[in-house]
Design a protein around this ligand. Structure first.
Ligand code: HEC
Ligand code: HEC
Length: 250
């Protein structure tokens, strides 16, 4: 649950000169840290593509981006139907992310050949008992899920990468939003669009409505948002162990 009036989107930001190449080391490093925590599981540590996210060093969005103007809207809105979660990055975090991604792109382009990517067999290296302990303990998974309830048979429903993607970020979960208008009225529905400037919803008749984020306040209730928070907690071992455990749930 997160509440936002337009104002909470305004944060401190790096000076303009720090947001164009050559990027200062501390700007790149701030982006690198954020990326490792929230993005590397899917896009790979070097942004060169991972088990469930594309190679960002070859992304057109990154290529066209200047000072986060293309990366920002995408990261803040996500493409949830395609497995890319939405993140509420501050302007400062965004500037760091953009500097990091542009730098990784330059590095990748300077290295010829050398196919990167991950091996699907890497998904099979975990320890199921450790995964079970994590599921019921530090991972807090059992506070929402049960191995004999909603996740029973999950290994039959999805295999391999598909299972990992669904575990990292369940793409079918629908977020709800309530928008409070200045008139005192409010309107609720499925979250259909969200970036720094616009919030949009679909009402129960399937009609789309949108507002400027400066004109309204709104509350987003995303039942799977916890999954985006958890991304910052997992180690690679945790993920492989969880995968091994989930694969025993037939
Ligand atoms: C749970 C996995 C996951 C996480 C975590 C994730 N992404 Fe993504 N991301 C994806 C997927 C999948 C796509 C491709 C979506 C599509 O096919 O349109 C994507 C697409 C993108 C794109 C667009 C690439 C293009 O050219 O179309 C950018 C930029 C991006 N992600 C940046 C980030 C950043 C920055 C973070 C961290 C704040 C992040 N992603 C976290 C899965 C993820
Ligand atoms: C705060 C609640 C919450 C926590 C904690 C949580 N999840 Fe989820 N999870 C959800 C919601 C909501 C969904 C999407 C709705 C659904 O498919 O059940 C989901 C979906 C999933 C799915 C896909 C289920 C399917 O049938 O497609 C898997 C797998 C999963 N979670 C695994 C985990 C694991 C592993 C953990 C712990 C590391 C975890 N979840 C922690 C709420 C949570």
């Amino acid at each position: 649950m997160r509440t936002c009036a337009g104002a909470c989107l305004a944060f401190a930001v790096w000076p303009a000169a720090a947001q164009t190449p050559p990027f200062p080391k501390e700007v790149i490093e701030s982006g690198h840290q954020y990326f490792e925590q929230k993005c590397a599981f899917c896009h790979g540590r070097d942004a060169g593509g991972g088990e469930s996210g594309p190679d960002l060093t070859r992304s057109k969005i990154v290529a066209d981006d200047v000072k986060g103007d293309k990366i920002g809207p995408l990261v803040r809105a996500g493409r949830t139907e395609k497995g890319m979660p939405a993140f509420s990055v501050s302007d400062m975090e965004l500037a760091g992310l953009a500097a990091f991604l542009h730098t990784q792109k330059t590095i990748a382009e300077s290295q010829k050949g050398g196919r990167r990517g991950v091996d699907v067999s890497d998904l099979q290296t975990g320890d199921a008992a450790a995964g079970k302990a994590y599921f019921n303990g530090a991972g807090t998974c059992s506070s929402c899920h049960s191995a004999t309830g909603d996740l029973a048979g999950i290994a039959n429903k999805y295999q391999g990468l598909k299972l990992e993607q669904q575990m990292l970020f369940p793409r079918d979960a629908v977020a709800k939003v309530t928008v409070h208008l200045k008139s005192g009225e409010s309107m609720a529905g499925k979250l259909a669009y969200l970036d720094e400037f616009t919030v949009g919803l679909k009402d129960s008749d399937g009609h789309y409505h949108s507002w400027s984020t400066k004109q309204v306040s709104f509350t987003v209730d995303d039942p799977a948002a916890k999954h985006a928070d958890l991304l910052a907690k997992y180690s690679d071992d945790d993920i492989h162990n969880l995968m091994a455990y989930l694969q025993t749930l037939h």
